[in-house]
Design a protein around this ligand. Sequence first.
Ligand code: HEC
Length: 163
Amino acid sequence: MRTAIPLLGLLLSIPSLAQQHDPAMQQQHMEATKQAQQPSGDGRQLVKFPEHMKEHTLANMRDHLLALQEIQAALAASDYDRAADVAETRLGMTALKAHGAHESSKFMPKGMQDAGTAMHRGASRFSTIAKDAAVTGEIRPAVGALADVMGACVSCHTGYRLQ
Ligand code: HEC
């Protein structure tokens, strides 16, 4: 797992940068914080999911993290098509349909739904930008778009937890 340590570094450093530079993300974060009227002791809003849905969601979350790691490994190997494919199928608008997110979104407060939408849209956007990188060889826009995706993870995790 040679990629584990750089990934951790990225997880720690990039989301805060993304939030600084992306006003939409910052707005979302503020909204999530505002909606946290039922604090769980650490300020996050508790959201109640049916038990089976909670388990499914957390398993899905672990796959989100794995997908980020696979995307980074693909970027490092200049395998942009693979990075694009993982992002679209596991995090993007395609994943939204595959994972039954429509079902669980019924149980989410608005700010949480918005963070989910931002993640799916952001991942599909990353996918397009990563495909461009295959042509231009310019990796930085893709890295920036990936930071936006991670900003959506951070934004939702900051505002909400499952009961
Ligand atoms: C729409 C909200 C939302 C988005 C977007 C989101 N998560 Fe989560 N995630 C949650 C919630 C809620 C939990 C449960 C936290 C708790 O109850 O303490 C969670 C938990 C997790 C966990 C822990 C899983 C476990 O087994 O306990 C991981 C890992 C995770 N998320 C990764 C990610 C990654 C990576 C992304 C972005 C690619 C992401 N999540 C995007 C809401 C979200």
